[in-house]
Design a protein around this ligand. Structure first.
Ligand code: FE
Ligand code: FE
Ligand code: ZN
Length: 288
């Protein structure tokens, strides 16, 4: 194990490109001190996924085990919208999710994160109903992947800005026990939840509405915009409105420290290496 992983149990990583395959993502993660990572299951704007390479995926599984990785957080394509008003868009989303989950059976016991969707004028309630319908169709009992709803910033007609909307989806699905939540710090901040000055209050609210046992992963992003802006513009850790001190509190929080934490900040690989080191350091530092 590297120095960083021994000093801190945090499963920290960033988005990596799947272009060179799965084992290669594992190697890249190790090279920047990461112990988890995220990847798009296919081109983020949609399209077909490459055929699964079983040997490559098995190699990643051993690498993860040997190096004490936390769970991976695969990301569904951005074009997935399970509550679109256009049936062909919903249909693409269902087929893509079903195919992605089948492939992820080769990397069992990890996470698959998706954006609940945009109801585009149909109303949040109609959106929630459509999402539940799609999930119940796609999720076969016995899948080894937990599907995570991502908390959204509330841009446009996005479903999932409030914890209540996410809870309605969890509750409205017959397959609810295969679902969890991925909390994106930039999104909840832009959505109006003050993770900077009231992390305790936000987590208490999450627990009251959804239950903290459903919180499975974090996206760590600072925000270019003030609280409640509904914009969704990620910033580097410590360079936005949330700020480094708040991220220190987040990575030190015993309710969060065991979750995989994924950076989606505007960085190249070396920037991610620095942010991972910064956050591992912050996890060890007691607040002054
Ligand atoms: Fe996302
Ligand atoms: Fe995110
Ligand atoms: Zn975002």
């Amino acid at each position: 194990m590297t120095e960083g992983t021994r000093d801190s149990q945090l499963a920290l990583g960033c988005h990596l490109s799947v272009a060179q395959g799965f084992a290669s993502m594992g190697q890249t993660a190790l090279s920047i001190g990461a112990t988890t990572f995220a990847f798009f299951t296919r081109n983020p704007r949609g399209g077909n996924a490459k055929p699964a390479d079983e040997k490559d995926m098995a190699a990643l599984r051993s690498l993860m085990q040997e190096n004490g990785f936390g769970k991976l957080v695969a990301h569904a394509p951005y074009t997935m919208n399970l509550c679109s008003a256009k049936p062909d868009v919903v249909d693409f989303g269902r087929r893509a999710m079903a195919e992605d989950l089948r492939r992820l059976e080769l990397l069992p016991n990890n996470y698959y994160n998706f954006h609940p969707g945009s109801h585009v004028g149909q109303g949040a309630q109609a959106g929630v109903a459509l999402i539940c319908q799609a999930l119940d169709e796609v999720l076969a009992p016995g899948f080894a992947t937990t599907v995570l709803l991502e908390t959204m910033a509330g841009k446009g007609s996005e479903v999932g800005r409030t914890f209540e909307e996410l809870q309605q989806i969890l509750e409205g699905c017959a397959c609810g026990d295969q679902l969890g939540v991925c909390l994106d710090t930039c999104h909840v901040w832009d959505g109006g939840y003050d993770v900077r000055d009231d992390l305790d209050g936000v987590l208490a609210e999450f627990d009251r509405v959804i239950g903290l046992d459903r919180l499975k992963a974090l996206h760590l992003n600072d925000s270019k915009n003030p609280l409640g802006a509904h914009k969704d513009r990620h910033e580097k850790i410590g360079e936005g409105h949330i700020g480094l001190e708040a991220f220190g509190r987040i990575v030190r929080d015993p309710r969060l420290a065991s979750l995989p934490m994924i950076l989606e900040t505007p960085n190249e690989l070396d920037g991610y290496r620095q942010e991972i080191a910064l956050l591992r350091e912050a996890a060890r530092t007691k607040e002054a």
